[in-house]
Design a protein around this ligand. Sequence first.
Ligand SMILES: *Cc1c(COP(=O)(O)O)cnc(C)c1O
Length: 431
Amino acid sequence: MNKFFTANISDADPIISEAIDDEVRRQTNGLELIASENFVSEAVLQTMGTVFTNKYAEGYPRKRYYGGCEFADVVEDAAIDRAKQIFGAEHANVQPHSGAQANMAVLMTALDHGDQILGMNLSHGGHLTHGHPLNFSGINYKVADYGVNRETEQIDYDELQRLAEEHKPKLLICGASAYPRTIDFARIGEIARSVGAKVMADIAHIAGLVAVGLHPSPVPHCEFVTTTTHKTLRGPRGGLILCREEFAKDVDRSVFPGVQGGPLVHIIAAKAVSFGEALQSDFKAYQQQIIDNARVLAETISSAGLRLVSGGTDNHLLLVDVFMDGKGITGKVAEKALDEVHITVNKNTIPFDTNKPFVASGIRLGTPALTTRGMKEAEMKQIGEMFAAIIREPESEEVKNRVRGEVAEITAKFPMYPTRLKEKRNETAGR
Ligand SMILES: *Cc1c(COP(=O)(O)O)cnc(C)c1O
């Protein structure tokens, strides 16, 4: 047998093999609270590592530019059908390599170069692809932005109406990366129609909640809906576009040949598997637990005296103001202190932040990943208390040692990826 087809990673490439093993241990032994991350099933993981990675399948099912696509067609058809079924959409494109690519394709579909868009400000919870000056969306289009109200820290829909009338955008962009509240897609749809704009709703973060009806769906109210597949939806890294039939051809053409070449068939296969999981009845219970966990985490942290942006959460994430006008610590310091006790989070700007983005006043926390591991309210309460203890005394080695011990205890109770977890040999330290 040709060795090329038989050698496993540890023989073929010890450096990468060891990094993979280290990463399995890091994910297993830490508390993953990054709101945009999740753990895919073993089935999804296996599907990504298949020979579909070898296949070129430019085009769409039964309209390909390459031969040998009959099984790629099976995979892509399944992914499309399941996506449409989950979200009740007329058309789905499952080829975007990422959420950013999905948004790029929609902007290309809905706009001409230089057209006006109206998107949510990044520092108020929006995303780079909604009009940031360094992103294609800010470079190619004229941008106006909206944000949250200074008092409520929630989207001010009256102000959005006023800005829509003032700027007359061709496309209104909604959806967010760091917004802990329900988004009123029906109202946004009305605002857009009142000024003749189309709407792109980017549900990258909340797609899983939308899939099971625990967040109102934008599909009936918005011409275009985009999402990532790897956040609450719990699939492989990738993007997805949903739209009405009237835009189907244009959207497909924008994805390929507009912004991409060959689709990642192995990833589309994994998307199909994860969509299958999302259609099973226990997916709703999982999403409900994400929300319940976020609520308990929010209550615990708030009771410990820390301030939550907007006062709480309706979804899977919370934004904690750890800076508190200089009385607390910066997001940057908080992120590092938490990292040292194996609690993984990201610093995040808060609305009207006085710190720069790389310093930031907030920490964003999300529960999708730990909920996948099986953690529930009791663990969230414990984790919220550990979080507050670290924020209160980020320098205390005593607190850090205690929390490290608690993290090890909790994570040991919720094992994952048993077949991928290998004991670390020849070393006593490390995590
Ligand atoms: C994560 C995210 C994206 C981008 O996803 P990538 O796959 O990282 O490109 C787009 N929009 C929003 C709102 C997001 O949160």
